[in-house]
Ligand binder design. Structure first.
Ligand code: FE2
Length: 386
């Protein structure tokens, strides 16, 4: 599907990437994702799902037993990935409003920084909308400073400074002891977090990441890259200076039928996080384990594999195993990657997960887009939303 590129084109590509990173102004040094917090209708049951189905480990808890009367919040961990599931215990609350509008979904993408006050000041100065002024919170284990700004929709970037804190998660949370601890499925870290934004807003949000957060655009796809017979979308990938944070931003594009991004925007009632891509070192094993625990993945037709090796060249993995699980493969200038997507993990067709294993490739599976979108359209057809 991908046209073969000349060596000259490849060198140009590598040069361009390096130049882009050099230009990324690092006034906002981020050492990684600190946690992802979802607002959910029932955090106890969500936590059970992510432990059982995704292999997350029991980590910390805040709720009535720890002196917290307004929320219940469960912290789960796998590799470096920290997932926080929070629900409201009150009748009227901002959390309930959020859930009422969006359904369960990602509210906070927390970023680990050295200085949360500086991160707030630098981004506000450049036009960010404040969510939380720098706030110090303490308990017996020390103190943290957190501050927050809005990004697309009602989604928030929280800056977390924890160099003076020794506790399990954040002040107010206690170690969560559970007798139910399913094994990890081998997920290691967050590879990228994708946001869906409104019609004609992709460039606005890319500009936000460039100007307000000092990110650089590393890749762009237009509707010629990402379209099927019926639907289309456009996407740009934004990265911070050290490349640890990658945020692809999608917007819908015109097609004969309703695109998956439009469907998301309809059901989420606005922009928000579309998928979290989680990395593994052994995708076949991880996916097999997740399937056994009830996770549903998008299905690609077996014909996808017919000309696969001609398209991606030699790979280390056994093709039949990949075919059995419906794992997709794509190659770029630097290597290849293996990826697969879950069906939405909620009743609304909004958020889903990607499981990804990189073998050199730093791109996002462009060669798979067509096969993938056709798979998503089959699901939309079933939901009557295509
Ligand atoms: Fe992705």
């Amino acid at each position: 599907m991908e046209p073969t590129k000349s060596i000259e084109e490849l060198q140009n590509f590598n040069f361009k990437i390096k130049k882009i990173f050099d230009e990324a102004k690092d006034f906002l040094p981020i050492s990684g994702t600190d946690y992802i917090e979802l607002y959910v209708g029932n955090a106890k049951q969500s936590a059970h799902y992510y432990k059982t189905a995704f292999g997350f480990q029991t980590e910390a808890y805040a709720g009535m037993e720890t002196g917290e009367n307004k929320i219940a919040s469960y912290v789960l961990k796998q590799g470096k990935i920290r997932l926080v599931l929070t629900t409201s215990l009150e009748k009227d609350s901002l959390i309930n409003n959020h859930i009422n509008t969006h359904g369960d979904g990602v509210k906070i993408i927390a970023l680990h920084v050295e200085d949360a006050t500086e991160a707030f000041n630098q981004t506000i100065k450049r036009g960010a909308k404040p969510y939380l002024k720098p706030t110090k919170i303490s308990d017996n284990n020390g103190s943290i400073i957190k501050s927050g700004i809005y990004t697309y929709g009602e989604t928030v970037h929280m800056f977390i400074e924890r160099k003076n804190y020794k506790g399990i998660f954040l002040p107010g949370y206690e170690k969560w002891e559970s007798h139910y601890n399913p094994e990890s499925v081998g997920l290691k870290h967050i590879d990228h977090i994708v946001g869906n934004v409104d019609w004609d807003e992709m460039n606005i949000w890319c500009k936000f990441y460039q100007e307000v957060m000092g990110f650089a655009q590393i890749i762009s796809f237009d509707d010629n890259d990402i379209s099927t017979e019926f639907t289309a979308l456009m996407s740009k990938v934004m990265s911070n200076g050290n490349g640890r944070i990658k945020f692809p931003i999608n917007e819908p594009a015109d097609g004969i039928k309703k695109s998956q991004i439009e469907e998301y925007l309809d059901f989420y009632n606005g922009p928000g996080v579309q998928h979290l891509a989680l990395a593994t070192d052994d995708i076949a094993k991880t996916v097999e384990e997740m399937k056994n625990r009830g996770v549903e993945f998008l299905y690609v037709p077996e014909t996808y594999y017919d000309d696969l090796l001609e398209r991606v060249g030699k790979i280390d993995e056994d093709l039949n195993t990949l075919k059995k699980h419906g794992i997709l493969i794509d190659r770029d200038e630097e290597g290849y990657l293996l990826q697969i997507f879950t069906k939405p993990v909620l009743d609304r067709p909004t958020m889903f997960f990607e499981i990804i294993q990189r073998k050199g490739a730093q791109s996002f599976g462009k060669g798979n887009f067509k096969a993938l979108f056709e798979a998503i359209e089959r699901e939309q057809e079933n939901r009557g939303t295509l």
